[in-house]
Every structure is written in C-alpha cells, then in structure tokens.
Design a protein around this ligand. Structure first.
Ligand code: NAD
Length: 329
C-alpha cells in the first residue's frame, strides 16, 4: 500500500499504538485511524473524558514506567507518541518540575520500548514551545521556521523537555533505524478538548467563559489581549499527523495555522459566534506566554504539498457549540 493511499484515508492495515489516546488529540487520531481501517491500541492513564474510545484495545497504563511502555508498544508497526503532562499557560507556567519529570520519563521510556519491540515508525508530538522566547517578543510575530529552534532557549520546562525528546528520537532513528517523525504543534483547538479545570487553553477557556456569561457580562482575558497566536483546527492537525507519519521527512516540521490573531480578536470571534452582542472584554492579570507566535509552514508545504487550511472563524463554530452544550446552555 502506497503512502498516497494512506494519506487519502482509503484503507489501512497497520497495527498502531497511540499514546495519550484518552486526551484531546489522541482521541481524534484514534477515530481517524479506525476509519482508515487500521488496528489501533490506545494507551493512557485515563479513558477519554467525553466519548468512548474507538480503539480496538484501550490500555490504562502509566507511561512513566518502563515496563508499562513495553506493554504499550508490543507488536505494533507504528507509534504515535502523544502522551504528555500538559495544559495551557495557566498550567505549564507553574508546574515546571512536575512537567519536566513526567514528560522526560514518558518519552524516554516509550521510545526505548518501541525500539525494543521493533516498531518501524515513531511520531513524536513536539510543540511550538521549543522555540526561543527571544524570537517571540513582538506581537507582530515573524513566523517561526524549524531551524529557529537553535541556539536553544525554549520558553519553559515543557519546551526544554520537548526539545530533548526531539533530539532523542533523532539519535534513535540514526542509530537504530526507526523511522522518526517530529511535528511541532501550534495551539490546536476543537470539540472534545479540555475546557475547564486549569489545563484548558485560550480558545476553549474563552468559549467556556462566553457560554457561561450572563447578558451584559464582561469576559476576562489575561493581559492586554494584544498577544498574538495562530490556532490550528483539530481535523487539520490529525490530517497532518497522518501525512507526516507516512511521509519521509525525518526532521521536525511545524504543524499549525499561519492565520495570526490577537487574543482580543479570538475572544471577539467567539462572542460573534455565540450571537450574544452584549458581552464585552475585561483585561485582567494572568500568564500570557510569549508576546507573539506564528507558524512558518514553508517546509511543511514543500514536504507534504499540504498545510492546515480551516479558517479560525470556521473551526471555532463547532468548538463553541460543543463547549456551549457541555456547560449546559
Ligand atoms: P491532552 O492533555 O488532552 O492529552 C495528553 C494525554 O496524555 C492525556 O490524556 C493524559 O492523561 C496522558 N498522559 C499524561 N501522562 C501520562 C502517563 N504517565 N501515562 C499515560 N498517559 C499519560 O493533550 P493534547 O492536547 O491531546 O496533546 C497531545 C500531545 O500534543 C501532547 O504531547 C502535547 O504536548 C502535544 N501538543 C499539543 C498542543 C495542543 O495545542 N493541543 C500543542 C503543542 C503540543
């Protein structure tokens, strides 16, 4: 079966492990892999929160433990390594030690286990957080290209760990012949993502605040709201994960949208979608992360002949509607 057939999702006959399958991206990815006909094992500390997993087998395992990683990656052709201790800025800017410890253990043990079990392909979900803060001090962000990650100075412990795990996969690929694939994800959003509890990211948090607001309320936005980001719709992200996995590019690839918006504009779009014109924005103190960040998809386009294309204003509609239904309006 050629890569092209796989990209179009017509059929599949691989045995695939998806770690983090109880989480947002992992759950969507499992669903898509099943539609393509693959055999899928999902692995996580927890079952998916909002809908049952469609995996053929779902194992509750703690991937910080080497023997659990061996069970997770047994008898599979390919591993999508998505498990991470993770959250939005409100989480990652506080829990540095815990995040570094947990994610380093997860990634080193999963990679070594995949090697020992003879998996032939391995995709690591890295992050735009690997890029140096010094390149992200301006709201009119110059889009980040893959080589910009060096000289290394990631934003926080989460970013440092991602960068080390990228390197680890590169070394394992070179020394042991596993086909390593690395995507640097930029702010993915969509239905079935965490929207409360402290780990949620800006789009989901703002959708929740708008959906729960009473008429005339002001919606809290952290900082002055002029910080900028690009946001990638989950269906585009899953499509990209599949294309990169079955493609042949060995180094890191940005996987994000190039549509840069301020957080104020993001909040405005969500208010528009809600149809509640009498809400306004209230700026409060809070962690903002870097001032401006955008993805440069040049290498992704050259490599895959494809890039994420869902406009933010379109992807936010199902996202808002789902969160609105969850908070009971
Ligand atoms: P998520 O938090 O929804 O999913 C991660 C899953 O990993 C969770 O279900 C969690 O329970 C699981 N996990 C954590 N520790 C574990 C352990 N010890 N053993 C087994 N499972 C464990 O996050 P997501 O948004 O689906 O992100 C998936 C991957 O993509 C992560 O690696 C994340 O760092 C990366 N990423 C995501 C984004 C984004 O915007 N969503 C951006 C950049 C990078």
């Amino acid at each position: 079966m050629g890569g092209g057939e796989r990209e179009q999702g017509k059929q599949g006959d691989e045995r695939i492990a998806v770690t983090g399958a109880g989480g947002f991206l992992g759950h969507h990815l499992v669903r898509r892999l099943k539609r393509q006909g693959h055999w899928v094992r999902g692995i996580d500390l927890k079952e998916p929160e909002f809908a049952p997993s469609e995996a053929d087998e779902f194992k509750l395992l703690d991937l910080r433990l080497a023997d659990h990683c061996l069970a997770a990656t047994k008898d599979v052709d390919a591993v999508f390594a998505l498990a991470a201790d993770m959250g939005g800025m409100g989480y990652l800017s506080v829990h540095h030690a815990r995040v570094l410890h947990n994610n380093a253990l997860i990634n080193l043990h999963t990679l070594e286990a995949a090697r020992r079990n003879g998996a032939s392909r391995y995709l690591f979900a890295s992050s735009a957080c690997v890029y140096p803060e010094s390149r992200q001090t301006d709201a009119e962000a110059t889009p980040l290209r893959e080589p910009d990650a060096y000289p290394a100075a990631p934003q926080d412990a989460y970013g440092w760990e991602k960068l080390v795990s990228e390197r680890a996969l590169g070394y394992f690929a070179a020394e042991y012949g596993i086909a390593g694939r690395i995507v640097r994800l930029h702010n993915v959003y969509g239905p079935l993502g965490t929207y409360d509890g402290g780990r949620e990211k800006a789009p989901a948090a703002l959708c929740r605040k708008v959906a729960m607001a009473r008429d005339g309320d002001r919606i809290d936005v952290w900082g002055d709201g002029l910080q900028t980001r690009s946001f990638c719709y989950v269906d585009d992200c899953v499509e990209g994960l599949l294309r990169v996995m079955w493609g042949d590019h060995p180094g890191p690839l940005n996987l994000g949208s190039e549509q840069l918006v301020t957080v104020n504009a993001l909040a405005g779009l969500i208010i528009d979608i809600s149809g509640r014109k009498n809400l306004s924005i209230n700026h409060i103190e809070g962690p903002q992360g870097v001032r401006g960040r955008n993805s440069d998809n040049t290498l992704l386009r050259e490599t895959l002949g494809w890039e994420p294309s869902t406009p933010l204003e379109d992807g936010l509609v199902p996202t808002y509607r789902w969160i609105e239904s969850m908070v009971g309006r």
